[in-house]
Unconditional design. Structure first.
Length: 496
């Protein structure tokens, strides 16, 4: 039999297999449509279509996640009602964000593109090291299942942690060039602006209904859930905080990240109109950050801005002038808040929370005694595990607020000295690599690398009093920072 005949038979066999697969797929889809309820059918078909699209262009998933993560990280998702679901401050712990399926599908698309080599992936020693640390840490989370108090809750939290790690990896390995990087930066800024506009509108919402909750039962104990905090007025009379599809701390984090991204683009932009637009965005982001009334976020913002004034050469040359303008703007914001938002809107004189905080003194024991109580419980439980950790998500059983209020302690309580060691090792390595890149500021990527360094410092300071490790926003911004560092180092190597 000659080669031409073999080729013809092979093509015929491939055509037959394609028709068989298509027939089987259509029959399966028809049966699925008949027996599955519509509220499961439509999401399933949507996810299948998204999977096909992301297999072709996985970067679309990163653009979509730039919007989805800020809006749905803690507010829109699927609740699994169970005995181990805990509610703290009106927020459930057994919640799957609607962004998490997109994360998994986008990462799957990244793998497909890598296998068929439609995108160039150039990992380096830094990425290999960080990947090794994160994979080792993730493997340790499964080991903790041997002694956790509630294995169902721990497995659920491992699932969430796994998608967060995929999100970080997607950005690190998926942002392969400057064009994709700029697009994601602009998506993050637009999402932040939309977040801020919604927060302002909700800032003036009715005091009687400070939180909007919508729930729709999908299947037995599975519920679609929307949690929308409109802000509140405290018992002490403080002005209600500006929030949106997140708590005030998350909004503050989003806003100082928007400020950092805008500053980076401003320093590399040549068009005057765009520069004016970026200045307006920076002013808006600072104001929204202060409006959130997050003390930790305000300190983080101050540290980040003064880091930029010292570390970035173009700003350092005008340090005193820019510092004076910035401090004057902060003072003016507090005056306007008290004069307009408090006196005119509320009809009474109320001292802003941050000014009151400055007068109190006495340290965190007096300003936030509930956190000290919560952390003491965490240390007591940690000792009972010989400092191996009480397991993923299990500190949530002993906390009071909606989160651990400390990234580092949440790592320590849940994963013991191993988890804290992995975190500190990553911090040391990244600090060393970013610090080395500070002397190079001649291109877009190199300036954005310095911006990413400052934003990570701010996030680290803010994390001393807020957040916990298993929040998508933190892993998203970490992935963005590492991806920027990787691109800047690769660009510098190509110059040499």
């Amino acid at each position: 039999m000659d080669s031409q005949s073999i080729s013809i038979k092979h093509n015929c066999l491939c055509s037959i297999m394609k028709y068989i697969f298509l027939t089987f797929f259509l029959l399966s889809l028809g049966i699925f449509c008949i027996f599955v309820p519509w509220y499961i059918l439509f999401p399933s078909i949507s996810l299948f279509i998204i999977l096909i699209l992301l297999s072709i262009r996985f970067e679309w998933g990163m653009y979509a996640l730039s919007f989805l993560i800020p809006f749905s990280a803690i507010s829109i998702g699927i609740i699994v009602r169970s005995a181990w679901d805990i509610v703290r401050s009106g927020r459930h712990t057994a919640v799957l964000s609607i962004a998490q399926p997109i994360i998994a599908l986008s990462f799957f698309g990244l793998i497909i593109n890598k296998l068929i080599k439609t995108k160039e992936f150039i990992p380096n020693n830094l990425l290999n090291f960080l990947t090794g640390v994160l994979l080792t840490f993730f493997a340790y989370t499964f080991l903790t299942l041997l002694w956790v108090p509630c294995i169902e809750h721990s497995i659920f939290q491992i699932l969430i942690l796994g998608t967060n790690l995929l999100l970080c990896g997607l950005l690190i390995y998926g942002i392969t060039d400057e064009k994709i990087h700029k697009r994601i930066i602009w998506c993050c800024m637009l999402a932040g602006l939309l977040h801020g506009l919604i927060a302002i509108s909700l800032y003036f919402a009715s005091v009687e209904s400070t939180t909007i909750i919508f729930e729709k039962q999908l299947w037995r104990n599975v519920i679609f859930h929307v949690w929308l905090p409109a802000g509140f007025e405290s018992t002490s009379g403080f002005i209600r905080r500006g929030t949106a599809f997140a708590g005030s701390k998350e909004v503050a984090l989003i806003m100082y990240m928007v400020f950092a991204f805008s500053l980076g683009l401003f320093l590399t932009e040549t068009n005057r109109t765009r520069k004016r637009l970026l200045i307006a965005i920076m002013v808006f982001a600072i104001w929204m950050n202060l409006l959130s009334m997050s003390r930790g976020a305000t300190v983080a913002l101050l540290v980040m801005i003064f880091f930029f004034l010292i570390a970035i050469k173009r700003l350092r040359n005008r340090f005193f002038a820019l510092s004076t303008i910035f401090l004057a703007g902060i003072i003016l914001s507090f005056v306007l808040e008290n004069a307009i938002l408090n006196t005119l809107y509320q009809g009474k004189e109320v001292t802003p929370r941050l000014i009151t905080m400055a007068k109190v003194g006495g340290g965190i024991e007096e300003q936030a005694p509930e956190r000290i109580t919560m952390w003491k419980k965490g240390f007591n439980k940690l000792k009972g595990t010989s400092y191996l950790g009480i397991g993923p998500g299990n500190f949530q059983y002993y906390r009071i607020g909606p989160h651990a209020h400390n990234i580092y302690l949440s790592f320590l309580f849940d994963f013991g000295l191993v988890g804290l060691g992995a975190l500190l090792l990553m911090i040391i390595i990244l600090f060393k690599q970013f610090f080395r890149m500070l002397k190079f500021q001649s291109s877009y990527l190199q300036i954005m690398c310095a911006i990413s360094f400052g934003s990570l410092i701010a996030m680290g300071i803010h994390g001393v009093v807020d957040f916990e490790y298993n929040q998508p926003l933190l892993w998203f911004y970490l992935g963005m920072a590492v991806a920027t560092l990787n691109l800047a180092q690769r660009e510098l190597t190509s110059y040499k």
